[in-house]
Structure formats: C-alpha cells, structure tokens
Design a protein around this ligand. Structure first.
Ligand code: NAD
Length: 259
C-alpha cells in the first residue's frame, strides 16, 4: 500500500533508537523527508546515515533535548513546516510515589505531556493552513491500564491524552489528525532498563525476567520497532484522515479488556 506521503516533511523526536527509530524507518521507507532528534549526536548521526543508506531518504539529524525550549527551537528551525510530527521522549523512571518530589513530577510532565503539547502548538496551525497534518504521540499502554511502578508515566501521559482528545476533534476538519500510539512491551533499551530494575527488585536474572514478561503477553513475545513503525506510518498516511483522537494499543494482546 502506498501511503501517499512521498515528499512530505516529518519531525520524529527521540529517534536515534527504539520506537522513535522504528517510526523514522517506516516513514523513510515511504519517501518522507525527515528531521530526527535525540540528545546524543553520535548515535543520532549513525541512525541518520543508516536511514539514508537503506531508504535513500533525505534526513537531517538535530542533536537536541526535546524537553527543553532550546532543543525544541533547534528541531523546529530545521523543519519549520512539518506535515508529520511524531512526538516522543524518554520515559520517566519507575518508583514509589511516596518518594517522588514535586521536581520529579515536573520532569515527567515536561517530558511526556508538555513537550508534545509545545510541539503541537508550534506546528498545528501551519498544518491547518496547508490542509494536511498527521501528529502521532508515542505514549504508553499505561494510558489504558496503569502500570504499578510507573506512576509518573500513568499520570503524565494521561494528561497528554486528555488534552489531545479535545484538540484532535478541532483539527480533523482541516485534514489534521492527532492520535496516540500506546506501546505495550517492545524490545528496546527502555525495556532492558525496566527489566534490569525488575530483576533487581525480584532477585531474578534479567533473562528470567525477560522470559517471564514475554510469556505473560498473549503473543508470547515482545514487539519489534519495525512493527511499531508501520503502525505509525499508517496513521501518518494520506488515507488515514478519518482517524483522529484515537489511542491505538500495540501490545500483543496484553490488555485484558474486551474494549
Ligand atoms: P529507548 O530508550 O529505546 O529510546 C529512546 C530514544 O529517545 C533514544 O533515541 C534517546 O536518545 C531519545 N531521547 C530520550 N530522551 C530524549 C530527550 N529528552 N530529547 C531527545 N531525545 C531523547 O526507548 P523506547 O523504548 O523507544 O521508548 C520510547 C518511549 O516509549 C518512552 O517514552 C518509553 O517510556 C515509551 N514506552 C516504551 C515501551 C517499550 O516497551 N519499549 C513501552 C511503553 C512506553
């Protein structure tokens, strides 16, 4: 299926590895011009080169912390008029809410709620004027069902999701959609880090924790960044203009509810 977005311009945040990279790969495969951002220049440039070599894509790498105003300004300077925006950043740490300070909450809200809102604010009116826009927010399955140790994520991402639910209904009339992609367990560095914490807490090896986690998923395995990327690219496709304000779970069946 040709998604009809060849030559469109996209910003993909937090894309040197993991889910953001999966999205960048799928968009590059569709002929989209990319500005990819991550904090560390070396791995980011390596990913940019990989995308150029594999897909012949036009890719600009911007080393920036997207949770800061300066970082966002650098990304937007490289792509002031994106047609596609994929919001993503690192997730907050696990822990017990009794130990979290106001500062811990502000950091989580900054990264996982206010940063995507700032990017939406900076780009959505241009998309509306040009009558094409696709915004995808990478959130978490925690939006649908809270994850015990990830209270900061449960809270911050739900705030973003609630905000977007309203805006997404205003923009769709202009062919600008905003949707959430909710990862369950994908085999990335983030999953390795949470497996490490769980292994320590439960006195098991990382391999044991990984096997247990994979076995608890109806699919019997973790998701891949490629699977995540194609779902993102579909939501960014020209044909997806009637899908807005939705929160799509990609979790191998882990969420146990009927709806
Ligand atoms: P990852 O650690 O594999 O990759 C994160 C990427 O984000 C890297 O490229 C990193 O450089 C970049 N990054 C992090 N903070 C940044 C910042 N402030 N500015 C710019 N770039 C930044 O992580 P991932 O597994 O791909 O996770 C991506 C998001 O999805 C995270 O918010 C994570 O919490 C969430 N998530 C992941 C899973 C999963 O199973 N992997 C599940 C639920 C939610």
């Amino acid at each position: 299926m040709d998604l009809g977005i060849r030559g469109r311009k996209a910003i993909v945040c937090a894309a040197s590895k993991g889910l953001g990279k999966g999205c960048a790969m799928a968009l590059a495969g569709e002929g989209v011009e990319l500005v990819i951002a991550a904090r560390t220049a070396g791995p980011l440039e390596a990913t940019a080169q990989e995308l150029r070599d594999r897909y012949g894509a036009k890719v600009t790498a911007v080393a920036a912390d997207v949770t800061t105003p300066e970082g966002r300004a650098a990304v937007l300077a490289a792509c002031p008029q994106p047609d596609i925006l994929v919001n993503n950043a690192g997730g907050p740490p696990p822990g017990d809410f009794r130990t979290w300070t106001r500062d811990d909450w502000i950091k989580a809200l900054d990264a996982n709620m206010l940063t995507p809102i700032e990017f939406i604010k900076a780009t959505v009116d241009g998309m509306i004027e040009r009558r094409f826009g696709r915004i995808v927010n990478i959130t978490s399955s925690s939006v649908k069902a809270p994850i015990d140790i990830l209270g900061l994520s449960n809270g911050a991402r739900s705030g973003l999701t609630g905000f977007v639910a309203g805006v997404a209904r205003k923009t769709v009339r202009h062919n600008v959609t905003i949707n959430g992609l909710l990862p369950g367990s994908f085999d990335t560095d983030r999953l390795a880090a949470t497996s490490f914490s769980a292994a320590k807490a439960q006195g098991l090896s990382i391999e044991e924790i990984r096997a247990k986690r994979a076995n608890d998923i109806p699919a019997g395995r973790f998701g891949t960044i490629e699977e995540f990327g194609v779902a993102c690219a579909f939501l960014c496709g020209a044909q997806a203009g009637y899908i807005t304000g939705q929160n799509l779970l990609l979790d191998g069946g882990a969420y146990p509810g009927t709806y």
